[in-house]
Write a protein that binds this ligand. Structure first.
Ligand code: CA
Length: 227
């Protein structure tokens, strides 16, 4: 799918991240030091870099500047420090996203998917059709049986997240991470509320679902009601 470079000095984290990404079908390269990582980032032409900030030879924020000086490759920073100052400096320094340790593998996978969607060819002209539902992702418009849906930005993002993985149950945690970008904070109630608004706009209810089906204790999935 994508070629991903992981720059992380902790051998266990490096191995488990590499395993996870490989299991998602990606081509993974790893580096335990900043300088070897820089070499691979510049010459290997990865589609995405996962960069740990705490590296033994050069600080990760410095390495980020070096990468940015020569490449526009998307970078997700992994940091042990989640305080405001670090996060702001990281994003200002050219990172596209960040993950705070400890993170779960499902969060990491979701961040990587989201980043590849935003930057990859999948994002260009992406249109999703499920039953009578048609979503034009770049135009941020959606239609149901040919009639335009009037969705708020979050309702639209929620619909896209579910439609991209039609037939798959997504947990509210996954949705908080992917749509609200709040993998730790955030309330599942937020998801419930937006789901109920979205259902109303799709002309259905939790009791009489068509597209949006709750799987109790697990999450929600979007299905094609005609199939
Ligand atoms: Ca480290």
């Amino acid at each position: 799918m994508a070629s991903i470079l992981v720059i992380e000095d902790d051998q266990h984290i490096r191995a488990s991240v590499a395993r996870l990404l490989a299991s998602e079908g990606h081509d993974v390269e790893t580096s335990g030091t900043a300088m070897a990582g820089l070499e691979k980032a510049v010459h290997g032409g990865p589609d995405l870099v996962l960069l740990d900030l705490g590296l033994p030879d050069v600080d990760g924020t410095e390495l980020l500047k070096m990468i940015r000086a020569v490449s526009a490759v998307p970078v997700i920073v992994i940091t042990a420090r989640g305080d405001d100052q670090v996060v702001v400096a990281t994003l200002d320094g050219g990172a596209d996203d960040y993950l705070v340790k400890p993170f779960t593998t499902s969060q990491l996978a979701a961040r990587v998917r989201a980043m590849l969607r935003r930057t990859g060819s999948a994002g260009a002209g992406e249109q999703i059709d499920v039953g009578g539902l048609r979503i034009d992702v770049p135009a941020r418009t959606a239609e149901l049986e040919g009639a335009a849906l009037d969705l708020s930005p979050k309702e639209f993002d929620l619909l896209v997240a579910l439609a991209r993985r039609r037939g798959e149950v997504m947990s509210k945690r996954d949705l908080l991470a992917e749509v609200w970008r709040e993998p730790y904070g955030g309330s599942e109630r937020t998801v419930d509320v937006h789901l109920s608004w979205l259902r109303k706009k799709l002309g259905e209810s939790a009791a009489e679902p068509r597209y949006l089906h709750t799987v109790f204790g697990v999450g929600v999935k979007l299905v094609d009601p005609s199939s």
